[in-house]
Design a protein around this ligand. Structure first.
Ligand SMILES: [Ca+2]
Ligand SMILES: [Ca+2]
Ligand SMILES: [Ca+2]
Length: 320
């Protein structure tokens, strides 16, 4: 069942919404050269990543019989090989929003050169956002190789982020290779991250939501969280010990989404809840390429002539 954004609200209730997700059960990064932590084999609390490191691979328990298997990001597969890791070669990169806004951001506790105190944001003077008190925290979501820097993250960064898709390889639906990955690096909540595909006519092809606390703790880190505007941090959020959780989504997790549907997808919306604390939101870049679409300054129901004209304001493509 598909609906148009211009449809009445009732039809919205009929659209496909699926809630399943797959917990990410391990990560490997280049912290101190090589860092590996997994569910059941967590890194020691005395050895927590606290400076810049990039995601080299992640694990999901989707192998035969539920076996754990790693997928590489292609950031540096040679490090995996040199350390004896068995992995499926993949390629992932972070979505690059035009603007992500929050009051808060986080970075590794040693990113500022002082593991015991907060000495300031590594991205310098904050750029004001679109409302008082908000600041651009996009650099925290996009730094590192291909945007996969784990030490930096946006804290409480809700919003809708729209991307134009190109080069979509529909055969990647159902191949078992994760297509979207998400991590949380401060307190996780039960709030959901939602992904939604649209075709060129603005029809929704499928929606998939996953609670950000789906997965268990896969790594222990230490970070500073701070007000990006005032450049101040409370003592309780400085050199703070936190956990990492994550989940992945395969295109086949979208209820009703077929390869034919995916071949027609030209846009993906990523909706983050206000509690989201991601280091990045990443995708399988063997499956598609994504380019950010400028967002309107407000979202919500559009009421024109007494009818619900649209569910969210979208790009000006004639389907509002
Ligand atoms: Ca610090
Ligand atoms: Ca796939
Ligand atoms: Ca980051």
């Amino acid at each position: 069942m598909k609906y148009k954004l211009t449809s009445a609200l009732g039809l919205f209730l009929l659209t496909n919404v699926s809630l399943a997700g797959t917990a990410i059960t391990g990560i490997i990064s280049d912290f101190d050269g090589f860092f590996r932590s997994e569910l059941g084999a967590l890194n020691p609390g005395s050895d927590r990543p606290n400076t810049a490191h990039d995601l080299l691979a992640f694990a999901v328990d989707t192998g035969p019989g539920g076996a754990r298997q790693f997928f590489s990001t292609s950031v540096d597969d040679s490090i995996l090989t040199a350390n004896g890791v068995t992995f499926n070669a993949g390629r992932y990169e972070a979505f690059t929003p035009i603007l992500a806004e929050s009051t808060l951001a986080g970075q590794g506790s040693l990113d500022d050169g002082d593991a015991g105190a907060f000495a300031g944001s590594i991205f310098g003077s904050p750029t004001p956002g679109t409302a008082p008190g908000l600041f651009d925290v996009t650099p925290f979501l996009t730094d590192g190789v291909r945007g996969l820097g784990l030490s930096t993250f946006a804290n409480n960064v809700g919003g809708t982020f729209d991307f134009t898709l190109s080069g979509v390889d529909a055969s990647t639906l159902g191949d078992g290779i994760p297509d979207l990955i998400y991590f949380n690096q401060a307190a996780p909540s039960s709030a959901e991250i939602t992904f939604e595909f649209f075709d060129a006519a603005g029809l929704s092809l499928g929606t998939h939501s996953v609670a950000e606390n789906l997965g268990g703790t896969i790594a222990r880190i230490q970070n500073d969280r701070f007000n990006q505007g005032t450049q101040s941090a409370s003592a309780g959020q400085t050199a703070s010990n936190q956990n990492v959780e994550g989940f992945s989504v395969e295109f086949s997790d979208f209820a009703g989404l077929t390869q034919a549907d995916l071949a027609n997808a030209v846009q993906l919306s990523v909706v983050l809840p206000n509690a989201a604390d991601p280091p990045f939101i990443a995708f399988n870049s063997d499956a598609f390429t994504a380019t950010a679409i400028p967002e309107p300054t407000s979202t919500g129901l559009c009421i024109i002539g007494g009818m619900v004209a649209c569910l969210r304001r979208r790009r000006s493509d004639g389907v509002q």
